[in-house]
Design a protein around this ligand. Structure first.
Ligand SMILES: [Zn+2]
Ligand SMILES: [Zn+2]
Length: 261
């Protein structure tokens, strides 16, 4: 089993130690993990950015070894409408195994926080998020897999605390997925939505459509910010990947490795 979306204290919103993650991964029997710390540039250039330095990153991860778990070093790069050059410049700074591109802002606001939802209802929030995601995946090229396509559902401030099926957002989801396919990018099955919104981010109907459109690359990530969520629902996500794709991917030096299921 793999977990390709993990945060530690290198991320602004985690206090977990990389060593503890490896210990827990060994205990859980995970065969490969990838650290994907936030390098999150605010939706507005003059907003608050949540960044790490490559020096801190190297200090935290470069010495780590395990004879049981393969350790990959990645990044969760926040994709915004203005940070293409800044993001590319930062990624150039070291050899990452994996770049997860994630949209955390729409119209300058993060749906995880209440301000995003001020004056708009659930449907308007969903549309706003997916609309910016379309523009972000159009603009950016330097990422391998799109993180949590349906992140907007995960927020505790999502007024419905639920998700929408693919059929309800067909046009926008198709546009995003077609761009990903054309650019050779993958899709993440983010398992953190199961507890927070009642389904995977995205759910199986989106994944089936991605496959139908020619999408091949798929990774599984818990989005754990501490060891208690490491590998959570990975088994179930693996079963979904098997059903839809017949394989799941890991990455080494930005190249996908396909594991037949
Ligand atoms: Zn994220
Ligand atoms: Zn994350």
């Amino acid at each position: 089993m793999f977990d390709y979306h993990i945060h530690t204290s290198i991320s602004f919103d985690s206090e977990e130690s990389p060593e503890a993650v490896i210990k827990e991964a060994e205990k859980l029997g995970l065969s490969e993990i990838c650290f994907t710390d936030h390098h999150d540039l605010n939706g507005k250039p003059d907003g608050v950015h949540y960044l790490f330095t490559l020096e801190d990153y190297s200090k935290a991860y470069d010495h780590l070894v395990s004879d049981k778990v393969k350790i990959r070093r990645g990044i969760e790069m926040g994709l915004t409408l203005w940070n293409k050059e800044v993001a590319e410049e930062f990624i150039k700074g070291r050899e990452f195994d994996f770049v997860l591109g994630s949209v955390h802002y729409a119209d300058g606001y993060d749906p995880y926080f209440p301000e995003f939802w001020d004056g708009i209802d659930f449907r308007q929030g969903v549309d706003k998020y997916l609309k910016d995601t379309i523009e972000c995946v159009k603009l950016h090229d330097d990422f391998d897999v799109l993180g949590h396509l349906t992140y907007v559902f995960k927020s505790t401030h999502n007024p419905t605390h639920s998700t929408l099926p693919y059929s309800e957002v067909r046009d926008m989801a198709d546009e995003i997925m077609k761009i990903l396919v054309a650019k050779g990018k993958g899709m993440e099955i983010n398992t953190s939505g199961v507890d927070k919104a009642g389904d995977f981010l995205p759910s199986i109907d989106y994944l089936k459509r991605f496959r139908e459109l020619g999408g091949e690359i798929v990774t599984i990530g818990s989005d754990a910010h501490d060891v208690s969520r490491l590998g959570q629902y990975s088994k179930e996500a693996m079963a979904m990947a098997k059903e839809v794709f017949g394989h799941v991917c890991t990455f080494e030096k930005r190249k996908p490795i396909f594991h037949k299921l």
